[in-house]
Design a protein around this ligand. Structure first.
Ligand SMILES: Cc1ncc(COP(=O)(O)O)c(C=O)c1O
Length: 374
């Protein structure tokens, strides 16, 4: 039986040509010319002045938090339901993530709950757009302005998405992307920070590269990591970026196709196709089981695998992470919607290389699984 992987990227544009150029010229490190070109072109797609490419989206968040001057004892507001990269960037500098429950329909953080969580220690709000629909940005920006807070925008899953017609990635004082292969454009591993602030951009460049002192190399006033991005990654990124619009359209078509076919299966909450501020770009095609369905997402993953279908469970909540519980963080905190999504949400194959025939097989398999558990 052919197994349908949960993600397969599409690499049939100029990727090979640009990679060969790297090999032919010998430019394979972060010093190569494609890196700057990719930074310029990617940041331009989201109307930002500066792009700083780094080794992955997690590194981008870490650099964003550090460059924003967030440190020991500061608080950063963020969703309870997200990838650990968001919380880790904050806890690594000794700051505290302050969590917000999710909206059960958009799966993004519930903006209504933010203001009550702002304290004198709050330094920033981290906007994390999840699964294909943007957060209600205007309301977050208004709060940030009212309380003089910084905004870090994690647009890892949002290449090509807009909020009220403006690109995601253009809203934070600093915004970040990931280019992991399940993203709309990929560089294998990779990430980027984008900003309009010249000083912040310079600080990010320093932090991504071991904080080498400008005047004397190999002398360091500060410690940071090596989060450099190679010319090889940039070669792939440039080729992918040429097709961003096509890829977004392809994902939207996939989303519509799945929704059309899955609409009549009972017990599934499907992704919202349109909000008044954005159309879904289906980072992945996520599904949440209705409460009357007893099974959880781990069971679904196993049953789908038996049908030859790859799937993944949704993120696990930050307050339920064993490492944070061990550290005494988030004690007795509960975020019921986030907990529900983490247990009942999963996504089905939705990579850019997916064919209609494969999608039909996924739909048939999912229907069979749902009939077996109901
Ligand atoms: C919202 C979000 N932020 C950050 C990341 C981390 O990116 P990376 O895997 O490139 O480190 C991801 C990865 O999927 C993500 O979905």
């Amino acid at each position: 039986m052919d197994f349908i992987p949960v993600n397969e990227p599409l690499l049939d544009g100029n990727e090979k040509k640009y990679l060969c150029e790297c090999i032919d010229t010998g430019w394979i490190s972060s010093e190569g010319p494609f890196v700057k070109e990719f930074e310029q072109k990617m940041s331009a797609t989201v109307d930002r002045a500066y792009g700083i490419a780094v080794s992955n989206g997690t590194a981008a968040l870490e650099v964003a938090v550090q460059a924003s001057g967030i440190g020991e004892g500061d608080e950063v507001i963020m969703p309870a339901f997200t990838i650990i990269s968001c919380a880790m960037a904050v806890t690594k500098v000794g700051a505290v993530p302050v969590l917000i429950d999710s909206d059960l329909h958009t799966w993004n953080m519930c903006v209504d709950e933010i203001e009550a969580k702002i304290t004198p220690r709050t330094k920033a709000i981290m906007i994390v757009h999840l699964y294909g629909l943007p957060v209600e940005v205007d309301r977050v920006l208004a709060l940030a302005k009212k309380y003089s807070l910084k905004v870090i925008e994690d647009a890892a899953e949002m290449h090509g998405q807009t909020y009220k017609g403006k690109p995601c990635g253009s809203f934070g004082d600093i915004s970040t992307f990931s280019f992991y292969p399940n993203k709309h454009i990929t560089t294998g591993e990779g990430g980027m920070l984008v900003t309009d602030d010249d000083e912040l951009a310079q600080r990010c460049r320093l932090l991504r590269n071991l904080c080498f002192r400008k005047d004397v190399r190999y002398v360091h006033d500060e410690i940071s990591d090596n989060y450099r991005f190679t010319n090889l990654q940039a070669a792939v990124g440039l080729a992918q970026l040429e097709r961003l619009e096509e890829f977004v359209e392809r994902k939207r078509a996939m989303g519509r196709y799945y929704t059309e076919k899955l609409r009549n299966i009972q017990g599934l909450m499907l992704p919202i196709e349109k909000m008044e501020y954005a159309d879904n770009i289906y980072w992945v095609y996520g599904i949440v089981l209705d409460s009357e369905i007893q099974a959880d997402n781990i069971t679904m993953q196993k049953l789908l695998a038996k049908e030859g279908i790859g799937s993944r469970t949704f993120f696990w909540c930050m307050h339920e992470q064993p490492i944070y519980q061990k550290q005494g963080l988030f004690l007795n905190e509960a975020y019921p919607n986030a907990e529900y999504l983490a247990r009942k949400g999963f996504y089905i194959p939705s990579g850019l290389a997916l064919t209609e025939k494969q999608m039909d097989k996924v739909v048939t398999g999912l229907l069979k699984v749902m009939n077996s558990i109901r």
